[in-house]
Design a protein around this ligand. Sequence first.
Ligand code: CO
Length: 210
Amino acid sequence: MRFLPELFENNRRWAERMRKTDPEFFERLSASQRPKYLWIGCSDSRVPANQIVGLPPGKMFVHRNVANLCVHSDMNFLSVLHYAVEDLRVEHVIVCGHYGCGGVRAAMGDGSQGLVDNWLHYVRDTRSRHAEELERLADGDARCDRLCELNVIEQVGNLAHTSVVQRAWAEERALTVHGWIYNLKDGLLRDLGVSVGAVEDVDGAYRIRL
Ligand code: CO
């Protein structure tokens, strides 16, 4: 093998280990997937979704992008959400941000990062909406950490406003959207306490009759 042989070697060992602990693992998994969770997280290499919640393959559907954004016109995000909710029938959608997020940090500054500036405009919108609160905080790190949290809360709202989520609620299916944040410094997750599981929790302007 010419390229990246160490990764193929890791992979071979991993597959062998999995087969050893559960000989039918791959056969069973290749037949179908039944994940209960959809994870929407940051692309950051330090926040590997399955690993930090201790879930093996097959247990969590995953979508990741820079700064864990749920954008109403993003066909990639919408397709993942639609498939996870309508076909896989996940019961929980988790938006997980992380402190020290490079995307959020970029949106706190005034420098240009190139193309990604356009994507991070959504984080700047959130920053602008919460400018007063952010300015009251002591220093740049505290402001950045708070914007990481506010960004997650914003995405939970965006998810609750989608027709995909509201349709599930209209059909009385159990579906809850959660906002979590991960701390790179200790590896721990925190629930931001903004879970929504019913259309009654959604601002009237965003309620869709389905
Ligand atoms: Co990040």
